[in-house]
Write a new protein. Structure first.
Length: 164
């Protein structure tokens, strides 16, 4: 809570919603052999492949907002599971390109359907996936995600005692 507000801060609410969503997606995609993080990777890769792209691990990390090292770890696990292929980029031997296998595409399509249904449930209080309130909410989240954040200064008195 902040000093000027009796209720939870927006940061705390975003954190709680993100955790609620992560847990719900983890549970929903577990029967398909995926975690939420793996789902984020394969669903993003699926969309990029459909657009004709064969992204590098770095490009996929930038797209998902995940750390490049974490994407590499996830990609290795998904490769071991037969869901993705990792190959050297012919234009840059340091880069690794990713692509879904046929099995990966099939599992990803199932996972996308499951998560879309879950998203509809989550957004029902706003009127559902295509509702004006949902579009406005999405616009607000997009604005916040696009706002640059300056690195915090340790021991700055203005941030002492506040929550996320």
């Amino acid at each position: 809570m902040s000093k000027g507000s009796p209720g939870p801060t927006p940061g705390f609410l975003v954190w709680r919603l993100a955790n609620k969503w992560r847990v719900a997606v983890d549970r929903a995609v577990a029967p398909l052999g995926l975690t939420h993080a793996q789902y984020s990777l394969v669903a993003s890769l699926y969309g990029m492949q459909r657009a004709g792209e064969r992204p590098s691990q770095r490009r996929l990390a930038d797209h998902t907002g995940l750390e490049a090292l974490y994407v590499s770890k996830l990609a290795r696990a998904l490769e071991s599971a037969g869901m993705i292929e990792r190959t050297r980029d012919p234009r840059d031997p340091r880069a690794v390109q990713l692509a879904l296998t046929e099995q990966g595409q099939a599992v990803t399509r199932q996972a996308i359907a499951v998560v879309q249904e879950l998203l509809q449930q989550l957004l029902e209080p706003l009127g559902g996936l295509d509702a004006p309130r949902t579009r406005a909410f999405t616009d607000e989240l997009t604005t916040l995600l696009g706002a640059p954040l300056a690195p915090s200064v340790p021991n700055d008195e203005s941030t002492q005692g506040t929550t996320p």
